[in-house]
Design a protein around this ligand. Structure first.
Ligand code: GDP
Length: 195
């Protein structure tokens, strides 16, 4: 999709604030700093539009971005905050859990992992959890420009193995720098929109 119009509709802290439309929604999850804002910005052809989520201690919100009045990108706060309070973490967990398991408009989740390393235990837990709930997942390995091409296959195998991805579970190797993988991610999103 060629994107020209994007608007942050709401930074929601409660379900009653979620947009009251039937547009399909695609959520983005990953630990803070994994490259979530960078991926989103490449997808919508912007620089610095989606604000970075790597600000520990800030209020946790679900950010709904209206894309061309056709769909919403939903930015889920990065998991693995070491510094936020326990109460804050629990609140985060509950709102996200309800959103991901109950939102009828949600058509798929893009789960980001850092392409340079093996997925973390948090990444694994998140993946197992999404899978348990039957959520359609696209795994995206970020920052691939930091790895020489000759090692991509090996890295992809490591990620697949660590997350126990099945043959039919897609993995896209992505770089915000070279925009490698952008078309594949859009293809996956568009494939979910008509469901
Ligand atoms: P977020 O916290 O998940 O939203 O992560 P950001 O998108 O803010 O990225 C965190 C850091 O990683 C920033 O310094 C980005 O410039 C860097 N980064 C993100 N994606 C890439 C990428 O594909 N390649 C490279 N080289 N750096 C990246």
């Amino acid at each position: 999709m060629e994107v020209h119009n994007v608007e942050l509709t709401i930074s929601a802290v409660a379900e009653k604030q979620y947009p009251n439309t039937q547009f399909p929604e695609i959520a983005f999850v990953g630990r803070s700093n994994v490259g979530k804002s960078s991926l989103t910005n490449v997808l919508i052809n912007r620089n610095g539009y989606a604000r970075t989520s790597s600000q520990p201690g800030k209020t946790q919100t679900l950010n709904f971005y209206n894309i061309e009045d056709k769909l919403f990108f939903v930015d889920v706060p990065g998991y693995g905050y070491a510094k936020t309070s326990k109460a804050n973490r629990e609140k985060w967990g509950q709102m996200i859990e309800n959103y991901l398991t109950q939102r009828q408009q949600l058509k798929g989740v893009i789960a980001l992992v850092d392409g340079r390393h093996a997925p973390t235990s948090n990444d694994i837990t998140m993946h197992e959890w999404l899978k348990y709930y039957g959520i359609d997942i696209l795994t995206v390995a970020t920052k691939m420009d930091k790895i020489v091409r000759g090692k991509w296959n090996k890295q992809a195998s490591l990620i697949r193995k660590t997350l126990a991805l099945g043959q039919d579970e897609p993995l896209v190797l992505f770089s915000a720098l070279t925009k490698q993988g952008k078309a594949e991610v859009w293809q996956w999103i568009e494939g979910r929109m008509s469901r």
